[in-house]
Design a binder for this molecule. Structure first.
Ligand code: ADP
Length: 401
């Protein structure tokens, strides 16, 4: 069955989308509406027919969807003639709590389920819901599918997802590790299994999604058994602006010095990580440039970033008792050979033999950067969360499963 699937990633002030022809996963158009509800809104789209840019007021997500509809069906540079040619929508939803271990066809109870997770992801789930409602207006009765960032991590065992806090907090407030970037970890794990020639259901991997947000997953027999992000995306690795793991008592200490909960939230989520340490930027590429030019704090930020990842690699090798491969993905994992080298050199005693030459020679393509006889392979696998969402949507709408 052929189907055109429109994939959405809705934030509070932006809507990103891609239209695919399924089942082959061919991209027909991609675009975004930025600054929704703000001044200076801008919409753009690329398709085989050309590029469109609109600069006009977009007061809310419904208006954003109306602009997207116009761009998709534009008579000269659009990708389709009529919205009737869109058969289903797939939505990235950040938090599915412990209710969703797979993508799901959206109905009233799923909308309620997503809303129930609003408290756990107050910045993400409400705009995800707004996007779903706006997409429902696009064409009456069009199937909508939700793909949760948390779903892939629902196979974590209790010992990995529970915090050592009073158990009532889990029972009463669902305080536990959920993990994020699940669609990316699942996608690159399947690709890596294919490259290794190992069945997905048998593959053991450590996947590293290193973008602005960074997370790792330990995958055993194709199932996620541990991941670095927690109740929220703040835990774990050092990220562009997030601190990752810190001593929680730092918060009490700073609280007693007069910082409010909101101050601390902003500091840890938006002013820490690479940006906080370097004082220059949250961007890996600029920091590599500054470090090469001799900036000490840029080097320090990159060192701390890589060191945290090495610690997690060590701990996940112990969790898995070895694995087939370590997989690097996300903007940094796919592109920064320098950062990969700092992370992955000198792990030989753990069976991870990094090949510096192969690493430097690799462009932005999938490839192996370990030596030919390394017991643990190292693979670079470009992620593609949108196509993964399009595939889930296609599977669920065409087969009902
Ligand atoms: P997001 O999490 O927002 O999707 P990306 O996956 O695009 O982010 O990753 C953004 C990060 O990737 C930035 O730190 C950026 O500097 C880094 N990056 C992108 N391209 C390169 C490159 N060629 N060399 C080094 N770092 C890069």
């Amino acid at each position: 069955m052929n189907m055109n699937v429109l994939v959405f990633n809705c934030g509070s002030s932006s809507i990103k989308y891609k239209l695919y022809s399924m089942p082959e996963g061919r991209e027909l158009a991609s675009g975004s509406v930025e600054k929704v509800g703000e001044t200076g809104s801008r919409a753009k789209q690329k398709s085989a027919a050309g590029e469109i840019v609109f600069e006009e007021a977009v007061p809310d997500h419904s208006a954003g969807l109306a602009v997207i509809r116009r761009m998709l069906t534009d008579s000269s540079k659009g990708a389709i003639r009529d919205v009737a040619e869109i058969h289903a929508c797939g939505h990235r939803v950040v938090h599915g709590g412990d209710q969703y271990s797979d993508s799901v066809l959206i109905d009233g109870s799923v909308l309620d389920g997503i809303r129930e997770c609003n408290d756990l992801a107050p910045l993400h789930n409400p705009p995800n819901l707004t996007g779903i409602r706006a997409a429902m207006e696009l064409k009456e009765g069009m199937p909508q599918v939700a793909c949760f960032d948390t779903a892939f991590h629902q196979t974590l065992p209790e010992k990995a997802y529970l915090y050592a806090l009073p158990y009532e907090l889990y029972e009463k407030y669902k305080v536990r590790r959920y993990g994020f970037h699940g669609t990316s970890h699942r996608y690159v794990a399947a690709k890596a299994a294919e490259t290794l020639g190992v069945a997905t259901a048998q593959v053991n991997l450590i996947t590293c999604h290193l973008g602005n947000g960074c997370s790792m997953a330990a995958i055993h027999a194709g199932h996620c058994v541990d991941t670095s992000m927690g109740l929220t995306p703040l835990e774990g690795l050092v990220m562009g602006t997030r601190c990752g793991d810190i001593d929680p008592a730092i918060l009490f200490y700073l609280g007693r010095k007069g910082y409010s909960v909101d101050d601390l939230d902003t500091m840890l989520n938006r002013k820490s990580g690479l940006l906080g340490i370097s004082g220059i930027s949250n961007d890996n590429r600029s920091l590599c440039e500054q470090a090469a030019a001799g900036d000490r704090r840029a080097s320090l930020a990159l060192d701390i970033f890589a060191y945290r990842i090495r610690k997690y690699i060590g701990s996940y090798l112990a969790v898995l008792n070895g694995c087939h491969a370590i997989v690097m993905t996300g903007g940094i994992g796919e592109n920064s050979s320098e950062t990969r080298e700092t992370i992955l050199s000198n792990l030989d005693s753990l069976g991870v033999h990094f090949d510096a030459e192969r690493n430097r020679a690799l462009g932005r393509v999938a490839g192996e950067i370990s030596t030919a006889n390394s017991p643990v392979k190292i693979l670079v696998v470009p992620t593609d969360e949108e196509v993964a969402i399009a595939r889930d949507t296609y599977r669920i709408v065409s087969t009902g499963a």
